[in-house]
Design a protein around this ligand. Structure first.
Ligand code: SF4
Length: 349
């Protein structure tokens, strides 16, 4: 059963499109990984879903939580839903917690606000929650301030607050980025277990493709504020079809598995995400893409193959695995019509 359905979500800043036409569904108990470099629109998408966009940013489209459109809901209704039916774990736990209040009191407040518990019951439930997120000596830890806990312990407190009301949808935005490698693995394992126990829908935003591969049922790749590829995570990560996903996979594989290429260099995707957020027209990836063809000056249409969707005029051939060091794999197999290339010099670069 679909818990969250995002349909044609746009986010604009004073008219400039930052996120365009994002659509995906997450079922109850399902885990969807949202991947892409910083600046690809992942966190903005999550904030738009939560109704937490900053000044000047406006969201359009549909965000359906069990059929209720959050983009139509008044702020008062959103306040009821946030932390109750939909919750978010932020990247940096230190900023998600109030530094002047004991962590137990902050969990108690979440429980009293959303579950209407009496103070004594909320205190007992808070300690139980801190135990569930495996905080050492939870009764004692509840009396500490955030600065007295380690980064991993603070993130566990944030997770306890997020799950305190058994939300239907949990968004986790790079929940382990601020933590060291050993703590990261434990926090991801804990998140995975909590999702299992609660049966909620998880949207996991991460740069870590190994985590996506181990944790997520499906993956959605974003670039330039667009969804460029989506599908079952095993299929997408084993044989990515969008050149950008292929580049991410090749880079991750070289770093974590294969090591540098024979040239001694780690593969990388050419260029970088535009710092000013101004992507080229047509395909937003075309000035970095080694498979670009003349037609890439037009916005790519979605190609569907079962559960897989790829928005690309010249995708990596089905079944081909992009070798490390060559994001995008082989040269174009489906050349576009003659005409000026994306650089105005004709043909693929
Ligand atoms: S081949 Fe064209 S449409 Fe596909 S990612 Fe490259 S530039 Fe974009």
């Amino acid at each position: 059963m679909t818990a969250l359905s995002v349909r044609g979500l746009d986010v604009r800043f004073h008219g400039q499109a930052l996120v365009t036409g994002v659509s995906f569904d997450v079922g109850a108990g399902e885990r969807v990984g949202l991947i892409g470099e910083s600046g690809s629109g992942k966190s903005l998408t999550a904030l738009a879903i939560m109704g937490l966009l900053g000044d000047g940013l406006a969201a359009h489209g549909h965000v359906l939580l069990d059929g209720e459109d959050l983009l139509e809901a008044p702020e008062r209704r959103l306040c009821q839903l946030r932390g109750d039916r939909i919750a978010m774990i932020f990247q940096e736990p230190a900023t998600a917690l109030n530094p002047t209040r004991r962590v137990g009191a902050q969990v108690v407040e979440a429980l009293r606000t959303h579950r209407g518990l009496r103070h004594r019951d909320a205190r007992r439930a808070a300690v139980e929650l801190l135990e569930r997120v495996e905080l050492p000596d939870p009764a004692r830890s509840a009396r500490l301030y955030p600065h007295e806990l380690s980064g991993g312990q603070r993130q566990r407190v944030v997770m306890a607050m997020a799950i305190s009301c058994c939300p239907r949808v949990l968004l986790a935005d790079e929940p382990t980025t601020a933590l060291d490698a050993t703590v990261q693995a434990k926090v991801i394992h804990l998140l995975d277990r909590l999702v299992d126990e609660q049966g909620c829908a998880l949207v996991l935003i991460t740069h870590d493709l190994a985590v996506v591969s181990q944790t997520c049922d499906r993956v959605v790749t974003m670039y330039g504020g667009h969804v460029v590829e989506s599908g079952p995570s095993a299929a997408v990560l084993d044989a990515p079809r969008h050149p950008y996903t292929a580049g991410l996979v090749a880079t991750a594989a070289a770093v974590t598995l294969d090591g540098p290429t024979p040239t001694g260099r780690l593969p990388s995707i050419p260029g970088s995400v535009p710092a000013d957020g101004r992507f080229p027209s047509g395909c937003p990836f075309r000035d970095r893409c080694e498979r670009a063809v003349p037609r890439c000056t037009e916005v790519p249409a979605d190609r569907r193959d079962g559960e897989r969707v790829v928005a690309c005029w010249n995708p990596v051939p089905a079944g081909a695995r992009a070798p490390a060091g060559e994001p995008g794999g082989e040269r174009p197999a489906e050349p576009g019509p003659p005409g000026p290339g994306p650089t105005g010099q004709g043909g693929p670069r």
